[in-house]
Ligand binder design. Sequence first.
Ligand SMILES: Cc1ncc(C[n+]2csc(CCOP(=O)(O)OP(=O)(O)O)c2C)c(N)n1
Length: 393
Amino acid sequence: MNTEKYQEGRVVHQVEAIDGHSVEIPILKILKQDGSVYENADMPAIDKELATKVYKTLAFHRVLDERMTASQRQGRLSFYMSALGEEAASVGSAAGLDDGDMMMAQYREQGALIFRGFSLENFMNQMFSNEKDLGKGRQMPIHYGSQELNYMTVSSPLGTQIPQAAGYAYGQKLKGNKQCTICYFGEGAASEGDFHAGLNMAAVQRAPVIFFCRNNGYAISTPSSEQFAGNGIASRGVGYGIRTIRVDGNDLLAVLKATQDARHYAIENNKPVIIEAMSYRLGAHSTSDDPSGYRTREEEAKYADHDPILRMKNWMIANKWWDEAQEEALYELYRKDVLAAVKVAEVIDKPAIEELITDVYDVAPEHLEQQLADLKEHIKKYPDAYPVTAGRL
Ligand SMILES: Cc1ncc(C[n+]2csc(CCOP(=O)(O)OP(=O)(O)O)c2C)c(N)n1
């Protein structure tokens, strides 16, 4: 073992215990809320075309979240998770990558998928579990996946994507592909054992993966102050020997810059990077949650003033790349489109019941065939409890 590098530190002759909080971690900020840029800021590579695509993605994201949350309230949809207030994290990072880079998401990163071009129909078909859903209706809403867009299907158990991303990126390196993998997770998921296994493996095996932590302050009802005692998630990256960047997650330009740099570093050096994007979850955790039970309106109002979409809009307008008339027309168009797509998707038939066991194995094993037969029997016996499926057996 090469211990030499550890011998070069400052020498002390009394015990000096290091407090994690005393390790200062800088936070990258480029854009102010009024749309102006900090003096001497290191700008990301962005032109009018990319900026417009990014901005339209943000706007679509917000409309989708608004409309789908409302659809759940109307009883049309069983479940939804919005990313209100933290859209710049997923959209800004997606914009810093190449389309061939693999994305392994948690569940609140629809912004990355919108940026990649997942169609409105695909979103709707997944959420309404109809027969046009790419996942054939086997997953609950928001568990998107797209092989075509290099977006791994979302898993419900927290943190599983983290070691998978380390392994996938390691495989990419072995193949000699000059691609990286981005792995999204929340600060809550960083408490899972998989987080530690994934980071350590990526660091030691030198896998080109960007671990992107959205620190939005809450894991459902648990504030980050009750989740960990150290200096956020960034300090853990340092502990694993991983290059770490902390960024204002509501500042799209800063997220973009951090991701562009991280991607370059990861691929050139075959090493992981961790980005901790500091943000706030303005909306509820999901449509099954009521944040009034654990946080105040005053707290929420404070963060509403940091709206990442408004910040980007102000910058676009300051650059003369956008104006209020375009803004109004865009939102109106998206609202109309999303509503129309809901109306179409919700009446498309559900997948045939046989689809439950296709694609799992090449040839369905006997025990799955038996379970399917039992299920059909059960539905035939209680058709009133399964009105949609019973009529199609
Ligand atoms: C292994 C596991 N434990 C618990 C849960 C329940 N759960 C779902 S989301 C969530 C909070 C995650 O918080 P965070 O990672 O910070 O992401 P955020 O929802 O804030 O975006 C929890 C505890 C789960 N899905 N999987």
